[in-house]
Every structure is written in C-alpha cells, then in structure tokens.
Design a protein around this ligand. Structure first.
Ligand code: LRH
Ligand code: MN
Ligand code: MN
Length: 424
C-alpha cells in the first residue's frame, strides 16, 4: 500500500480548489433541479472490476515492451490492483483469468483480504494451450471436432468455477477464439452445434447462485469466421442455455460503427445483459483505455443502463478489459475506472422526464440536446469529492507518481522479458 501520509499530502495540495469547484457545480446543478450530494453518493457507491491481466504490460502479435516492476504472479497483480483501489476508491474487485492466475484459493483469499479486494467474474482460457492439458486448442476448444478436446475444455471451465467458488466469485466468463481461418475450413453449423453442446455441459455444472457470461467477438484469432462472433449468436447461446446465462459485451469486440448502445438496449430488454468489458477502440479489438477514443459512446451506453436502472434484478457486471502497451498499467487502469465513473455520473444527471417528453413529441433536436447537456457537464468535482471523502486521492495519478510505488516494486520484481508477441 501507499502510505496514508503520502495520499494526504497529495490531497492537501488540491483540497481547497476542489471544494470551491464542488460548491460551484453544486449551485449550477441545483438550478437544474439536481442534488449534487445524491449524485456523489451514487458515484461513491459505484465500482468497476480490474482485470488481473491488465496490470502487466500487454503487447501485440509483434512485440511487447515491458515496463519496470512488472508483476511476477497473481499476488503481485493483486498488490497492484490494491493500489488502484486505494487511490481511486472505484475498483473494489478483480477479475481473474485461469490458468494465468491459478493459485491456492486460501492464499488468494488471504491476499484479497490484505489488499482490500474481492473477486468478480472468473475467466476461463481455452484460447491457448496449457502445460497441464495434453490436447491442443489449435483447432478450437468447446467447438473442436474431437470430442476429447471438447471434454478437456469443458473440464477446464468446471475447474475454474470450482476455484471461483472457493474465493467468493459468482460468475464465469467464457470467451473462446474458436472459428476458422479459411472459407470451407469448417462447417459453421456443426461447429456451433458442438459449441452449444459443450456450453450446456458447463452450464449444468454452474452453481445455483452463479451466472454464466458468454462473450462475443467478431474476429481474432480466427480471421475468417468466429463461432461466437456477434451479439445475435451470443443471444442465441444465452437463450439456449437458460436463465443464468447472459451475454457479456466487450466494447472492443464489434465491427466499426456498430451501435453498441443499441445492442445494450436490446439485451436489457430481453433480460440477457450479463455485463461489460470496458475499453475503447478505433479499429478493432484495440484494447485501448476506456473512453480514450469515444467517451460519448461510453456515456450513451450508461444512458441505456440508467434507463433500465429500476428493472428488478438488473445487475450487470462492470469490468475493465484493456491492454496497456505504452502507459504504466496502473495509471491507465486508474484513469479508465474514473472514466467509467464519469460516464455513470453524466448519465445520472440526464433530465429523463424532459428527454421522454421530447421523444414523445418527436423533437429530435431537443432530445439529443438533453443528452448533450448532461454529457457536457464537467462532473469531475463530484468524482474527486467522492474520492476525498473515502480517503482515496483527489488526483490518483498525481498521488501515484508522488508515491514512488513503481520504483519501489521494481527493486523487488526482476525485469521481465520483452521481445515476441502475445496478449499478456
Ligand atoms: C478477448 C478478450 C477476452 C479475454 C481477454 C484477455 O479478446 O477480450 O475477454 O478473456 O480478452
Ligand atoms: Mn474481453
Ligand atoms: Mn478482447
């Protein structure tokens, strides 16, 4: 952890300005009929999960350029995640990926307690070979032509659930890279049937109080066809499997220009939105920092979430999923968590009554202006005040830089290898 003194020093320098900005915003919102304290309380209660795989420098198929003090194992990763939560107060949970994070459940639980974190959805991984799995996933996993490979992949998923149960997780996220690289390589119908069969086996091993999230992605690593390629296929899966099966929306997994907020609305309407992997993209599955490219789209997604907020049982999982190539991952993840919070706060201050009226009257200009008005409001003082009040940092990146955390861990953690590609 970063010392309390260090955070307090950083806050002392910024507190007076923050209070003035917060009061000014409070007056402004009051004129709009909005109670700033109520918005702040909701923002303070909001949390987004950090992906364990995001705290190490990522990489592309071409190269990885590691930073200093890269986490060596899941315990170092949890230390880094603890810092992100300490300074932002916005990331109380971590999503683990197995086998990358496979470890003794008692040790994981102890580390989570020490770092003040809990575990969100578990992720299985059958998109690469495992040392302990005799059969290869080169030609697929849950949809493989060979029943023995499918069985091995199903068993891995059941193992991940079992581990998750021991550490307090309540959901499994399944993303597979299965597909094909050439037209004709696979029978697309048979392949999807095999996928569904395997997914049913996983679902039948799902504990009663768990949810299964299937995640779609248009392409990569399969470059011609992917089994679970879009939200339509994903919806079919969730529908086939049952009530505890839901669709996970990763913001980077869509074709360019796709209306993601509309997909979110559709999935909500039919009770199948499981959760999110937040990130941003310009071209494909870029895994850029959340809101780095299109903060308005993120706001529009949150606008749909707010529209459905009163639906009974509506509780999608909010998780980040990013890959950091040029930034310190801790800084990127802190900034991204705050961007998600910002979109949430902006969506909270949309004048929904006015919006509905303009929609009803077909006043397109005023309807869209109503959204823009919320989006253009600088809600930063609300976010910062929520952080200050919970003992986090007014400016997490400044506090992090002042703390010297990265240099300190670099002394204990040996330099990690760069070179060849890979996603982790
Ligand atoms: C696939 C994906 C999926 C994986 C993660 C590492 O592109 O988004 O969520 O588990 O990246
Ligand atoms: Mn993802
Ligand atoms: Mn992805």
């Amino acid at each position: 952890m970063i010392s309390k003194d260090s955070v307090e020093r950083s806050n002392a320098a910024a507190e007076a300005t923050l209070r003035a900005d917060y009061d000014a915003l409070g007056e402004h919102l009051d004129r709009r009929g909005i109670d700033i304290a109520a918005v702040k309380d909701k923002v303070a209660a909001y949390g987004v999960a950090v992906p364990s795989w995001g705290v190490g420098t990522g990489g592309t198929r071409f190269a990885r350029f590691p930073g200093t003090g890269e986490p060596r194992d899941v315990f170092d990763k949890l230390d880094d995640c603890g810092i992100i939560h300490q300074l932002t107060g916005a990331t109380p949970s971590v999503s683990l990926h197995v086998p990358w994070d496979d470890a003794d459940p008692a040790a994981l639980t102890a580390k989570a307690e020490e770092t003040g974190l809990r575990f969100d959805a578990m992720n299985s991984n059958t998109f690469q070979d495992h040392e302990s799995h005799p059969l290869s996933y080169k030609y697929g996993s849950l949809s493989h032509t060979d029943a023995a490979v499918r069985q091995q992949a199903v068993e891995h998923n059941l193992y991940v659930i079992e581990l998750g149960q021991k550490i307090g997780s309540k959901a499994l996220t399944v993303w597979v890279g299965d597909g094909s690289n050439f037209p004709g390589q696979t029978n697309m119908t048979r392949q999807f049937e095999r996928y569904l069969d395997s997914a049913r086996s996983i679902y039948s091993g799902l504990p009663e109080d768990w949810r299964l999230f299937t995640e779609h992605k248009m392409f990569e690593p399969a470059f011609y066809s992917t089994v679970v390629q879009d939200w339509g296929t994903n919806y079919l899966i969730a529908k086939e499997l049952g009530d505890r099966a839901h669709c996970l929306v990763d913001l980077g997994h869509h074709a360019p220009n796709v209306n993601i907020e509309m997909i979110v609305a559709r999935l909500i309407q039919f009770g199948k939105l499981g959760g999110f992997h937040f990130n941003d993209s310009k071209y494909g599955d870029d895994d850029l920092d959340t809101a780095a490219i299109d903060p308005y789209r993120l706001f529009l997604v949150f606008n749909e979430l707010m529209d459905a907020a009163d639906t009974p049982g509506f509780d999608p999982a909010h998780m980040l999923d990013q890959s950091h190539n040029v930034n310190d991952p801790i800084e990127s993840l802190m900034s991204s968590a705050m961007e998600v919070q910002r979109a949430y706060a902006q969506a909270l201050i949309v004048d929904r009554t006015a919006l509905e009226g303009f929609q009803q009257d077909n006043d397109a200009l005023m309807a869209t202006t109503t959204l823009k008005r919320a989006f253009r409001t600088d809600v930063e003082p609300i976010l910062a005040m929520a952080r200050l009040e919970k003992g986090a940092a007014i400016d997490p990146v400044a506090a992090y830089r002042a703390s010297g955390y990265r240099a300190r861990v670099a002394e204990e953690r040996p330099a990690s290898a760069g070179g060849g590609g890979g996603i982790v």
